[in-house]
Design a protein around this ligand. Structure first.
Ligand code: TLP
Length: 345
């Protein structure tokens, strides 16, 4: 019996078309700038995002770190949400490796940063203070439930940031889910951004990789930072080839995942001991109630015996996240709900 893995869209496998593209990819040494497939991916990513240039990197974490280290010098400060992946789930890499100080402000329940909070966090010109260099936002906002932030909000935040001569970075690991939600091209979602990292893996199914997009000058500097972090990947065309399919084809099918998330949320409301907390884009969060028949560990094990893989969201005991993706269809959702009813009744 096949396994149904709901932990994340990071678990997606490449499609058959991606595997074929990998086998046939024309490659070269990308550190010399000579891998035609990587060059194509970088150029076409830039076009799709309405920016001048792109840089293929190993992961979303690496893309964010490179972006922050390119914008900021050591000892400078970034303004970032206290629920941002960069702050919570990237080991504090910008501080430990880049010497960059995070100045956190609360993420609002709708996933945004409040403009007043951003303005209050900007340091004045005083030699006691670090210099504020950048504001970073995450779209969709993962920790709070895959919440999409509107293009209008993104532009207003960019304008505020630029009014104070700060750079604006978007962790767009799932920016195509936001653009799908608002039915707006990604380029319009990130018009005001100085840099964007987006992931080709996750819901877009490529096995590896993210792309940073920004101005030509920014990307030239980012390329240097990527190298010092050990991110020069040589014949990376075999990874860029499925990335092109992710960029052009898989990015256009995400509405199905959002519809499936809504379907799962509705179906879960019939399961005893489960309380659906939220559904947005391709995420569903639910709480395993205190009076549920099984403890979280027993629940995970029981579901595993039905070949369904679930795990609590990092840092939480009873809060579970189910993430929809290409490999989860309605039949599989029905199987999951049926199994949950069996183990929790
Ligand atoms: N997020 C992972 C886990 O690390 C939590 C997941 O399963 O959702 N930005 C955002 C908003 C992300 O959600 C993630 C991955 C990243 C960056 C990092 O991407 P990778 O895993 O490619 O380094």
């Amino acid at each position: 019996m096949e396994t149904i893995d709901l932990r994340s869209d990071t678990v997606t496998h490449p499609t058959a078309a991606m595997r074929e593209a990998m086998a046939n990819a024309i490659v070269g040494d990308d550190v010399y700038g000579e891998d035609p497939t990587v060059n194509q991916l970088e150029q076409e990513s830039a076009e799709v995002f309405g920016k001048e240039a792109g840089l293929f990197v190993a992961s979303g974490t690496q893309g964010n770190l490179i972006s922050l280290m390119t914008h900021c010098q050591r000892g400078e400060e970034i303004i970032i949400g206290d629920q941002a992946h960069i702050f919570k789930y990237e080991q504090g890499g910008s501080a430990s490796l880049g010497g960059i100080m995070p100045h956190t402000i609360p993420v609002q329940p709708d996933g945004t940063l409040a403009f007043d909070d951003v303005e209050h966090a900007i340091r004045g010109d005083n030699y006691h203070f670090p210099r504020t260099r950048l504001v970073a936002i995450e779209n969709t906002q993962g920790t709070l439930g895959g919440l999409p932030l509107s293009p209008e909000y993104m532009q207003d935040l960019a304008d505020l940031t630029h009014k104070h001569d700060l750079a604006f970075h978007v962790d767009g690991a799932r920016i195509f889910n936001a653009s799908t939600h608002f039915k707006v091209p990604v380029a319009d979602m990130v018009k005001g951004a100085d840099s964007v990292t987006f992931c080709l893996s996750k819901g877009l199914c490529a096995p590896v990789g993210s792309v940073i997009v920004g101005s030509k000058a920014f990307i030239a500097e980012a390329r240097r930072v990527r190298k010092v972090l050990g991110g020069g990947m040589r014949q990376a065309g075999v990874l860029a080839a499925p990335g092109l399919i992710a960029l052009h084809e898989m990015s256009k099918r995400l509405q199905t995942d959002h519809d499936n998330a809504a379907y799962l949320a509705e179906s879960l409301s019939e399961v005893p001991g489960v309380n659906v907390m939220s559904q947005a884009t391709n995420f569903v969060f639910f709480l395993l109630e205190e009076d549920a028949k099984l403890s979280p560990t027993e629940f995970i094990e029981a579901m595993q015996s039905h070949n369904v893989i679930l795990s609590p969201y990092p840092g939480f005991e009873r809060k579970f996240r189910c993430v929809m993706h290409y490999w989860i269809d309605r039949d599989r959702i029905d199987t999951v709900v049926k199994s949950m009813k069996v183990v929790l009744s």
